[in-house]
Design a protein around this ligand. Sequence first.
Ligand code: ASP
Ligand code: MG
Length: 460
Amino acid sequence: MKFGGTSVADAASISRVAGIIGDYRKTGHELAVVVSAQRGVTDQLIEISTKLADAGETTMIDPFIGSLRDRHVRAVRGAAPAFAPEVEAKVEELLRNLTGILNAVHHLRELTPRSKDYIITFGERLNAPVVSAALRQNGIQSEVLDGCEAGIVTTPQHGEAMALPACDSLIRSRVGPLIARAVPVIMGFMGCTESGVVTTLGRSGSDYSAAIIGSGIDADEIWIWTDVDGIMTSDPRLIPDARVLPSVSYIEVMELSYFGAKVMHPRSIEPAMRKGIMVRVKNTFNPDHPGTEIARVAERDSRGVKGITYIDKVAAVSVNGAQMIGRPGVARAIFSALAEKEVNVMMISQASSEANISLIIEEGQLDCAIEALTGMVRQGIVREVSANRDVCAVAVVGEGMAGAIGTGGRIFTALGKGGVNVMMISQGSSEHNISFVVRQEDGPKAVRILHDEFRLSEEA
Ligand code: ASP
Ligand code: MG
C-alpha cells in the first residue's frame, strides 16, 4: 500500500492511515507500506535549494528548518505520543544533516542533479519514521526502510531514475522476510544507484516505488491510496460530472497518465504489468469506496472510449520544406537534433506529402527545440521551422476503440459541430489513443464535447 502526500500530511491523516492499515491486517493480510513526504514538503525542498544556489540568503535556512521541525513534531505528538521522544530525536538528526547540506549549497552556489536528488528525499526521510511510529502506537509492529535499504536500485539518471532488473531479488530478500513480523514503512520516491548514490524516481515517484516493491515481493495486489475516489473519465475541475472508472486496463491507465491525467506516475504501471499484479486506486478519506481496479483486462462497454485527458502546457512545432519530400534521413536528422538538446517529443504527425512534419513538445522546451531545428534550416535540410505556443493537446483513450469502426468519425464530427478547429491528429496503430491538437482556448470545450458525445458521465 502506498500513501500519497495528502494521505500522510498531518497527525489526523496519519492516524487515519494507521487505522486503515490496522483494519486491513485484522482481515488476515500481510503488507508493506510506501509513504510520500507530507503534502508540499518536496516542493518546499526544491524551492529553497534552488534559491540558495541562485541568490538566496543563508537567513532563509533557519525558518525553513524550523517549519519542518514543527510540522513533523506536531504530527508525531498527535499520531504517536508514546513514541514521540524517539522520533523527535530522529527528526533532529535529519534536520541537522539537512541544515549542513543547505549551507553547503549556498556557499558553493551550486546545486548539481546529484545533490538536489539527495536534498529532495528529506520529505520522505522525515515522514516515514512518523508513520511507522503511528502504526506502533496502534499496536502494529513496524520498521522503517529507506528506498535503498528496501532494494530499489536504479539507473543514474538523477530526477528521473528507473528501477533496474536487480530490484526484484534484492527486494525479495530485504523486504520479504520482514513482512511476516512487521509492517515495513518504506520511503517512497527514492532509490540509489548500484554504487549507493541516492536517486529520485521523478515527481510523484512514490507510486512507482510502490509498484517496484509490490512486484519485488510478488504482492497479490498493489494499492495506491490517494485523495480522490479513483481514476476518472476526465479532470473533475474541468468536467464536474466526470465519473470514477471502476475498471481500467494497464494500457489504458498508461495512456491516460502519460497524457496529463494526474492519476499516477506514468512508469508505475510497468512493474505491475510485468507480473500481472492488480493495482487498486483508493481514497484514504473515503475508504469504503471501491476505487478503480487496474488489471491486464478491463471491463469494456459499447462506448469503447474510457477517458479524455488534455495537456495545455504544450507547443506545436512544424518543420516544412519541399526538399524533405522523398528524402531518406530527414526525420532522423530532426529527431537526432531534438534528442541532442534533450527535447522530449510527445506527438508526431507527418502527412503523406512528406513536406511537413509536426511535433508536439512541452512548452518549456520550445526554445531548445527551435535552436536545434534552425540549425537544420541553415544546413538546407528543411526550409522553415515555425512554432505555436497557443495550443493544447487532447487524448481520447480506450482499448475498446481498437477496431471499433467510426470512433474517429464520431470524435471529429462532434468537434466540428461544436465549432472546434482541429490542427493536428495522431493515432498510433494500436488504436488505444486518438490524440489531436486544438487552439489553447478550445481545449476545455473539446474535452466537454467529447465527454458528452461518448456519454462518459453515465454508468456502464
Ligand atoms: N514526494 C514526492 C513528490 O512530491 C514523491 C511523491 O509524492 O510521490 O513528488
Ligand atoms: Mg503524489
